[in-house]
Design a protein around this ligand. Structure first.
Ligand SMILES: [Zn+2]
Ligand SMILES: [Zn+2]
Length: 177
């Protein structure tokens, strides 16, 4: 997903591309890419700065944080990036400059080409919700036997309906009598 800045037309570039999942190093036990990464968008050039605005689409195999089963999470997300040549960075490296919120997404590029991979990589991970559920009403695991309650009742509930601490109190009471 590299673009040579000189080859981006002055009136912008629309593109659609696909990268292999291996290009993104999103490959942990709890979260790995399971499909190629489709990226579409536009590149606009202002002097040597490039603005990227697009969409990313792919699939992740993630672990449900409630029932611990793996499931497919569809990524469909907007993505933006602002590329500035590294040489500008050096010139602007004055201590009085403060980072503005909109500057945090700036990526400095070296040489004559920009690469969208980092911005796309970050956006894929950002698209995951903080608590990743296989479905909204995931019933999770039984706290007593560990069975996946989405697959049916495990039968524990009747046995543990009472608070075990109360049982101990009852036993004590019985002894006192
Ligand atoms: Zn689940
Ligand atoms: Zn159970």
């Amino acid at each position: 997903m590299r673009f040579v800045v000189d080859e981006i037309p002055e009136d912008g570039l629309n593109f659609a591309g696909e990268s292999q999942k291996q290009d993104f190093a999103i490959d942990s036990a709890d979260c790995r890419l399971s499909a190629p990464v489709k990226v579409t968008g536009t590149l606009e050039k202002v002097a040597r700065e490039v603005f990227f605005q697009g969409r990313v689409e792919t699939r992740l195999k993630v672990t449900c944080c409630r029932c611990l089963e793996p499931f497919q999470f569809l990524v469909k997300s907007g993505v933006t990036a602002h590329f500035v040549p590294e040489s500008n960075h050096a010139q602007e490296d004055r201590p009085e400059i403060e980072l503005h919120a909109e500057d945090i997404d700036i990526e400095y590029y070296e040489g004559d080409a920009i690469d969208l991979a980092q911005a796309v990589h970050d956006q894929i991970l950002l698209s995951l919700p903080a608590s990743c559920l296989c479905r909204e009403d995931c019933r999770g695991l039984c706290p007593h036997c560990g069975a996946n309650l989405n697959q049916g009742d495990c039968g524990c509930r009747d046995e543990v309906s009472g608070d075990p601490r109360l049982d101990i109190l009852k036993t004590l009471k019985d002894k006192i009598k």
